[in-house]
Structure formats: C-alpha cells, structure tokens
Design a protein around this ligand. Structure first.
Ligand SMILES: [Mn+2]
Length: 325
C-alpha cells in the first residue's frame, strides 16, 4: 500500500467529483484543481471546479474550456456530488462561501501542503514538505492514470512554478525539479509562463514606487514594513492584484530577514497582512498568532481594526521572534 492508494480508490469509485481550490485562488490552487479535473474528466467522471470568485486575468490560462467551472453564490442550486476534493486549502475557512457545499458531498478529500491542524475532510492528504500542492497532485495522478496528459502537466508545472517563486524559494527541492524536468521534456519551452508572472502593469510599478517611499525598517533593519492604503492604490491607478509580489520584493532588501506588507481588505476596517522571511523568523507562527496561516517563509493573516494597533502587536511579536534566535 502506498500513501495514495486510498485517494486512488475513493476517486475511482466516485462518478461525480467537485473540486475546490481556496478563495483568492493562486497558481498552485488553480493548477491543482484544473490538473485534477482534466484527468478525472478523461476517466469519464462528471467533474466541476467550484470557485469563490472569478479567476484573475493573469491566471485565466490555467482554467480550461473543457472543464465546467462555476463561481459559487450563496443559495445557488447545485447537484449532489459523490466526492468533493479541496486543494491547497489548509483549513475549511479557506473554502469561503463554498464550505457547506464542500461538506455536502458524499465523501470529502483534502490535499494540501500548509501547516494546519484542521483535518476537515474524510480523507486528508497533507504534507508540509510538498513545495506545492501541484507536486502532490503529480504524484496522485501518476498513481491514478499513469501517463499524465500534456494539458494537466502544464497546469502542474504552473502551480509548482508559482509556489516556488520560479524555482527560487527555499521550498524548491529535488522533487519539483524532477517533476519539472519530466514536464519540460514533454512540452518543450515553457518560458512564456515565467513571462506571464514577471510581467508588471504600469499601475504595479507606480504602486511599488509609493511602497518604496513608505518603507520602514525595524530591529536593526532586519524587518521591512510597508502599509499601503486605499489612497495609495488610487494615486498609483493600481488594483489590488498589482500589489502581488510586494512582500517578496521587500524581503530581497539587503540585511532584511522578514518583510511585512499591509493592504486594505475587502471590508471596512479589514487589513490583509503578507509576511515573508529569509531564514530567521517562522512567519507561519506569527500569522497563526493573528488567526492566519501559511508556510515558514510565506504566510498571511486578516486583521480587523486599525493599522497602528496591529503594527504595535505585530512588531512586538517579530522582535521576540528575532531575539529568540
Ligand atoms: Mn500552494
């Protein structure tokens, strides 16, 4: 018995499968969802991907016209599914409005690589050592179908590419290079994927400019902190998506271990914090202390209240984490 045999058994038995990436779906969540959906459809299963919101334009190439994709709305009529699979979603809250729909399926599976205690599915396949959920999906599909299609392979490559920051972050391991090598040997030049993710809108460049002018440093310049307000976004002519990558950018500053990027959330008094670190602070622990989550080197949380009080508490905790080591 290998570790995927139960998942293979449950997937084989199901005739209809609903797939759930987390809300604010990123490359790994969408790559996992569509790679799995494409292969399940190939096996003749009734397959649907449920999302909390429309896919952002940049990531729309990961979706597939061949796959039924539904943006879920409260009260929406949906059919019953034999099986629901959540991908890249550490806890049930990450499924947003779709949590009840997920739980209503005949059986549930979670496949994920975030630090979490929430085993919310009937069958939980979780390993924080997977660089991306797409790396787990590759293993699972290899067991399930043998030869993975080019369409699914492309999506797996994309998820691995995004979660490893283009094979640069500390989670980049031999396994993802082996998977990528197998995919590249089939699909050839995939450099257009890195071009898609490196491309920056003018709004983004103007926003980065404002961010640089607002940077603050703490603890002997080992923490870089930027808070961008609605007014900053307006001044830059930028949309929320344009702030992506900003936390990672701040982490690249010489001498910085941990970067913090704060932006407004969707609701009033809601703040979204993104944390990145190089080698000292375990930002997943800091994020967890604010009811957030993530990985050791990349995590985030949502805060309700004013920025100054959040900043005070956050800096105290970061200071402690830096001195503890
Ligand atoms: Mn992921």
């Amino acid at each position: 018995m290998n570790s995927w045999s139960k998942a293979v058994e449950v997937l084989n038995k199901a005739r209809s499968v609903a797939i759930f990436p987390h809300y604010d779906a990123d490359g790994d969540a969408l790559g996992s969802a569509f790679a799995l959906a494409i292969e399940l459809k190939r096996l003749g299963k009734d397959t649907c991907v449920f999302l909390d919101e429309e896919i952002q334009k940049k990531l729309s190439f990961i979706s597939s016209e061949a796959i039924e994709t539904v943006v879920f709305q409260e009260g929406m009529e949906t059919r019953m599914f034999d099986l629901a699979v959540a991908v890249d979603s550490g806890d049930i809250k990450r499924l947003g409005k779709r949590a009840d729909l997920f739980k209503s399926a005949g059986a549930t599976i979670k496949i994920d690589h975030h630090i979490s205690e929430d085993d919310y599915a009937d069958y939980n396949f979780v390993d924080t050592k997977w660089a991306a959920t797409c790396a787990a999906i590759w293993e699972l599909l290899t067991e399930l179908v043998g030869e993975i299609s080019d369409e699914a392979s492309l999506r797996i490559y994309t998820g691995i590419y995004t979660d490893t920051g283009g094979f640069k972050h500390s989670n980049t391991d031999a396994k993802v290079h082996i998977i990528a090598a197998k995919i590249l040997s089939k699909l050839g030049d995939l450099s257009y994927i890195s071009r898609i993710f490196q491309e920056k809108s003018k709004g983004m460049i103007r926003l980065y400019n404002i961010a640089v002018s607002k940077m603050e440093f703490f603890f002997n310049e080992r923490v870089a902190y930027v808070n961008l307000t609605i007014e900053d976004f307006e001044k830059a002519g930028a949309i929320m998506e344009d702030s992506e990558g900003l936390a990672t950018y701040l982490r690249e500053i010489e001498g910085v271990d941990t970067s913090v990027f704060i932006r407004p959330g969707d609701k009033k008094d809601e703040l979204k914090a993104s944390l990145r670190s190089n080698e000292i602070v375990d930002v997943s622990q800091i994020a967890a202390s604010f009811n957030g989550g993530g990985h050791k080197r990349a995590a985030g949380f949502t805060y309700y209240g004013d920025e100054q009080s959040m900043k005070k508490t956050l800096l105290e905790r970061l200071g402690r984490a830096l001195n503890d080591t």
